[in-house]
Write a protein that binds this ligand. Structure first.
Ligand SMILES: Nc1nc2c(c(=O)[nH]1)N[C@H]1C(S)=C(S)[C@@H](COP(=O)(O)O)O[C@H]1N2
Ligand SMILES: [Mo]
Length: 252
């Protein structure tokens, strides 16, 4: 990694804007340094690769901006959701007592966790902004357990490269790399603005990543899988949204 200097990356970026040859160079370098996102071969291939590579090299450990309590949006906007299924309503009627987050794949000890178990672990909160690709954003306080804490409990195998996370809602799933999975602001979120996380915002459990756009923040999460290969999931791009043509790495 240290051989690919900031200067070189910037040069590569300039080359990329200069033309096809530059794009080839950028892609070649990104492959060489393990900076190619899983959907990097798509139509936006080199461009996505460059964005991902730049963010990963330059902002690997950076935190998303945190706001002060007075900046919390008075009326956060919940994205329109599909009607809740009978299965979901049964969990809800029982105050989500039977809700489980299952973790499997490349871990030493596959396990499943209740919401109250997750709430008993160390918590972290942050006041951050979430935004939809359609243009609106809001600021809220998000309360949860760092994903890294729960991953430590199950023991992630060293060759795991991605966390794939699934909603109880059919067809809602996404994945992130280990840099985001272990990032201190990435939370298994169960609270919002001092209360339980309302179901409209993804309760009882939502994946909250601060450095990527709204659609990566999957609601009603009930399963995580650790993997080193995203190809077997869906169409192989690493998420329901990237399968549909959006970027897999949707950095903000
Ligand atoms: N399970 C599930 N998760 C989801 C969605 C959804 O429809 N179902 N919508 C996504 C999209 S496109 C966005 S922009 C955000 C919206 O979050 P909000 O409702 O808190 O504004 O949730 C994301 N997570
Ligand atoms: Mo969205």
């Amino acid at each position: 990694m240290k051989h690919l200097s900031r200067r070189k990356l910037i040069t590569t970026g300039l080359a990329a804007t200069a033309g096809v040859t530059g794009l080839g160079v950028a892609t070649h370098l990104a492959h060489k340094y393990g900076l190619v996102p899983p959907d990097g071969g798509g139509i936006y291939g080199p461009g996505e690769t460059l964005t991902y590579a730049a963010q990963r090299l330059l902002t690997r450990h950076s935190l998303a901006r945190e706001f002060s309590p007075v900046e919390i949006s008075a009326k956060p906007l919940a994205n329109e959701l599909a009607p809740f299924s009978d299965e979901f309503k049964r969990f809800q009627a029982d105050k989500f007592t039977d809700w489980r987050l299952a973790i499997d794949g490349l871990v030493d000890r596959p396990a499943s966790f209740s919401v109250s178990q997750i709430k008993s672990y160390p918590s972290r909160s942050h006041i951050t902004e979430i935004g939809c690709e359609e243009g609106w954003t809001y600021i809220a306080e998000w309360i949860g357990t760092p994903l890294s804490h729960v991953l430590d409990l199950v023991g992630v195998k060293p060759h795991a490269k991605y966390v794939v996370y699934f909603s109880i809602e059919p067809d809602w799933w996404e994945s992130m790399d280990m840099a985001d999975a272990l990032h201190p602001q990435t939370l298994l979120t169960y609270g919002m603005n001092g209360d339980d996380l309302p179901v409209g915002f993804g309760g009882p459990l939502r994946m909250r990543l601060t450095r990527q756009i709204g659609y990566k923040n999957v609601k009603f999460v009930n399963r995580l899988t650790l993997t080193d290969n995203l190809k077997p999931f869906g169409k192989g791009t690493g998420g329901a949204n990237s399968d549909g043509g959006y970027a897999w790495y949707a950095g903000i």
